[in-house]
Design a protein around this ligand. Structure first.
Ligand SMILES: [Zn+2]
Ligand SMILES: [Zn+2]
Length: 363
């Protein structure tokens, strides 16, 4: 039985501001009440409201390139289509009352935690803008914003500082807590107690002002402690550096995964692939392209070291940059990944899909 329901509130890497990265997760085992967590908060309430209004039977994807809409089949692997829902599953929406705005706020109330991968705007903007709704009298909520130190410190010092945004995290208010996690230390979700979450720091390019200074991001491995199934939720990332002085951070994450999560328990990897393989390497700015993602999947294959390779692992691609192009770059990237993977031992049967905004995946 699948464990994880992932609603894609936003799955792009910008520059459009209404679709940036935010994944809302629910445990499929929880049939009584709806407890939710978000990984990243690029968008939020606005996207929830849009999703509540979608016609569940019209399975299209907004594209804005060759056609304004494209069929969902172009973006999602065939094996995942039967469980894919446009908008939110019935179990979530059936409990909401009132008009669309009230329903959106009721759903927002159920988000207990945000696990932020890094403090770039496209991963936090919605979470910040939405935060006054925590104090909406009829739907008061309590939220934790969690992340590694390089995420929480800037949120505390530079965002919730009474200058850029009111200090809604002030202890006297008691409804928004910023929580610092520790690198590679398991942590139990407060909203979904059966979920154990481990943060891994990864590299994400360098500063514009100082090309020798790293920018960091995170990957979260989420494990259901009862079923032992895990999902990997990646923030923005780049491959490890060749410099031998620097730790191989992404490599450590792949090693942990192969050692601790049997392949049959690996429900899915949600990973960025911001660019197609045709991009000039100097313009990657701390991200992956199709060929670099396939390099990483080969690293993982070698660490599992089993004859079937990665089998039919589900890999969901996020954070594609919506660039000035004739063709939808998500379709270009998906095509590259599928075509190239087919020629690589152990990667032939991977099921690649795009994290299309407005849909809920079950894995
Ligand atoms: Zn980003
Ligand atoms: Zn970023």
């Amino acid at each position: 039985m699948p464990d994880f329901e992932i609603s894609i509130l936003g799955g792009s890497g910008g520059p459009f501001e209404n679709s940036t990265q935010c994944f809302m997760l629910r445990s499929t085992h929880n049939t009584r009440d709806t407890q939710l967590i978000c990984v990243d908060g690029g968008v939020g309430l606005g996207s929830i409201a849009t999703m509540l209004r979608l016609d569940k039977n019209t399975k299209v994807v907004e594209s804005l390139y060759e056609n304004e809409e494209e069929p969902i089949e172009k973006y999602v692997d065939n094996t995942m289509l039967p469980q894919l829902v446009r908008g939110f599953p019935q179990i979530i929406t059936s409990r909401l009352r009132g008009n669309i705005l009230q329903q959106a706020m009721e759903l927002y109330q159920k988000i207990g935690e945000y696990y932020i991968t890094h403090p770039h705007m496209d991963h936090i903007a919605g979470m910040i803008m939405n935060s006054p709704a925590i104090y909406e009298p009829s739907v008061l909520s309590k939220k934790y914003v969690k992340g590694l130190p390089f995420t929480i410190k800037p949120l505390n010092d530079s965002i919730f500082n009474d200058i850029i945004w009111p200090q809604l995290s002030n202890k006297s208010l008691g409804r928004l807590d910023l929580v610092t996690l520790s690198q590679q230390i398991p942590h139990n979700s407060s909203s979904i107690p059966e979920w154990n979450i481990i943060p891994f720091e990864v590299y994400h390019g360098s500063k514009v002002s100082d090309l020798t200074a790293h920018v960091s991001s995170s990957v979260y491995i989420i494990t259901n402690t009862r079923t032992k199934n895990s999902i990997v939720m990646c923030g923005d990332l780049e491959k490890d550096h060749d410099n031998l002085q620097e730790p191989k951070l992404l490599d450590q994450m792949w090693s942990y995964l192969a050692k601790n999560v049997p392949l049959e328990n690996l429900s899915s990897i949600v990973v960025e692939c911001s660019n197609s393989s045709s991009i000039d390497e100097r313009r990657l700015f701390g991200h992956l392209s199709s060929n670099k993602l396939l390099d990483e999947l080969q690293v993982l294959r070698d660490k599992y070291s089993i004859s079937s390779g990665l089998g039919n692992l589900k890999v969901i691609i996020s954070h594609v940059k919506m660039a000035y192009l004739d063709k939808d770059p998500r379709l270009t990237i998906l095509d590259e990944l599928r075509t190239l993977a087919h020629t690589i031992r152990g990667l032939e049967n991977i099921a690649f899909s795009i994290a299309v905004q407005g849909y809920t995946f079950t894995v």
